[in-house]
Design a protein around this ligand. Structure first.
Ligand SMILES: Cc1cc2nc3c(=O)[nH]c(=O)nc-3n(C[C@H](O)[C@H](O)[C@H](O)COP(=O)(O)OP(=O)(O)OC[C@H]3O[C@@H](n4cnc5c(N)ncnc54)[C@H](O)[C@@H]3O)c2cc1C
Length: 413
């Protein structure tokens, strides 16, 4: 019998293959869900003590909408849809350049694509797997050893276990990647921007909207999610070389951002003050992860760990969801993990490349770095129709998902 999600039921794998997934944000739980459904014994290890709640808004678009539909969580995510109504661009002095429908700016399809708080997506994903897979919270992998017939793993919490397969879903700064494939610098493509993200009180009276202030090479944004009394504040600035000294020191990060915005107009000084007080500062460099291969032996990577497209594309969560689905389907279809991982790459690489290319093809025009580019951007914005985009962008929807393959009987890895 085939269910509405395309999954054939009534077939059980004789010997359960075991898989450890490192990371329980977006890619990890989505992969856990599909692997459990195809007969794997799944363990998820997450270094945080609980799935992270709240968080900045993220988009779920195109192909990824189909993934969450097949998981049965689309209605819940529709309820959580933020439904931003306006995106206002400001010039250096705070005067309005253009006020547009957010869909006209991000290429999302009104009425179909979704924008939700990151924590709402993570919670929905966690809820559909938490009773079926083993979660090890507040722990992480210390060492991997592939010299035997599986992957011997030691945990920082002191445990030691062997799994048939390990999947790193541990994000942009993946420890799995660093341990198995080498230092991040080898795969990180710096896109020339640093950014700081934090929350601050909504003393601006903003509601259901995004306000974006630009000067060449600098942007400040305030995001009002619904009628929340907190705003998501975002400061980003051009920096051709990554400021490595500030990469792990929050005080140095605050100083760096404050210096970059020292003479800024509009309300930016208030944002910089709030940055000083924020206890939830997230600072990073905008970058992509580009790897020639996503697997090594019995270990593979999924989501940002393998192919982070950067926040400039707004496609990280969608890629994580689509990637988890394709990887699980490949593992359900192919006996040999090497064949499965090869099928995963064949099925997903082109889609990943299209999405990563969004930054080259103008996806970064929200943050022009020269006065001329900013002028051109503003002219383009003024000319944009305010109606929602009628059709999906190829990079959002070009991947057609296979019907999920039933588990193989008597499978080996
Ligand atoms: C400012 C900002 C704005 C963004 N905007 C958008 C947007 O609009 N649309 C969009 O689609 N995406 C957006 N993204 C990107 C999106 O958040 C990511 O692409 C997405 O969350 C990737 O999911 P993931 O599960 O692969 O990785 P992550 O969400 O990074 O999750 C990794 C998980 O692994 C855990 N972990 C890390 N190390 C270890 C370890 N050693 N052991 C165990 N667990 C570990 C972490 O705690 C975390 O739970 C944005 C990102 C940022 C920073």
């Amino acid at each position: 019998m085939t269910t509405s999600d395309g999954l054939t039921t009534g077939v059980r794998a004789r010997a359960k293959r075991s898989v450890l997934i490192s990371g329980a944000s977006i890619a990890g739980p989505a992969l856990a869900y599909w692997l459990h459904r195809s007969g794997f014994a799944v363990t998820v290890v997450e270094k945080a003590g609980a799935p992270r709640a709240g968080g900045y808004p993220i988009d779920i678009r195109g192909t990824a909408i189909e993934v969450v539909r097949r998981m049965g969580i689309l209605p819940r995510l529709r309820d959580a849809h933020i439904d931003s109504r306006r995106c206002t661009f400001l010039d250096a002095d705070g005067a309005t350049v253009a006020a547009l429908s957010p869909r006209a700016v991000d290429g999302g399809v009104g009425g179909r694509d979704l924008e939700v708080r990151r924590g709402d997506l993570a919670a929905a994903l966690h809820e559909v797997v938490r009773d079926d897979v083993e979660f090890l919270l507040d722990d992480s992998v210390d060492t991997f050893d592939q010299s035997g017939h599986g992957v011997d793993v030691t945990f920082r919490g002191g445990g030691h276990r062997t799994f048939d397969l390990v999947i790193g879903a541990d994000g942009m700064h993946s420890y799995t990647r660093e341990s198995l494939f080498g230092p991040e610098g080898r795969f990180h493509r710096h896109l020339g921007y640093c950014f700081a993200l934090f929350t601050m009180p909504n003393t601006f009276g903003l509601s259901h909207e995004l306000v974006l202030w630009n000067t060449p090479g600098r942007a400040a944004a305030l995001y009002a999610v619904g009628d929340d009394d907190e705003l998501h504040a975002f400061l980003t600035f051009h920096r051709p070389e990554p400021p490595l000294a500030a990469s792990r020191n929050p005080d140095a990060q605050r100083d760096l951002v404050a210096a970059a915005f020292a003479d800024a107009g509009w309300e930016v000084p208030r944002l910089v003050d709030a940055l000083r007080d924020a206890d939830d500062l997230f600072f990073d460099m905008a970058g992509q992860i580009r790897m020639p291969r996503w697997s090594q032996g019995r270990v593979a990577l999924v989501g940002d760990a393998a192919y982070a497209p950067s926040f400039l594309t707004g496609q990280g969560s969608s890629l994580a969801l689509a990637g988890a689905y394709v990887l699980a389907d490949s593992l359900a279809t192919h006996r040999e993990h090497t064949a499965a991982f090869a099928a995963y790459e064949r099925g997903l690489r082109e889609f990943v490349a299209m999405n990563q290319a969004l930054v080259d093809n103008g996806g970064a025009t929200l943050f022009p770095t020269t006065a001329r580019a900013l002028e051109q951007r503003d002219t383009m914005l003024r000319g944009l129709v305010t109606l929602p985009a009628a059709t999906a962008r190829p990079a959002h929807s070009a991947l057609t998902l296979p019907a999920f393959t039933p588990p193989l009987l008597g499978d080996t890895v």
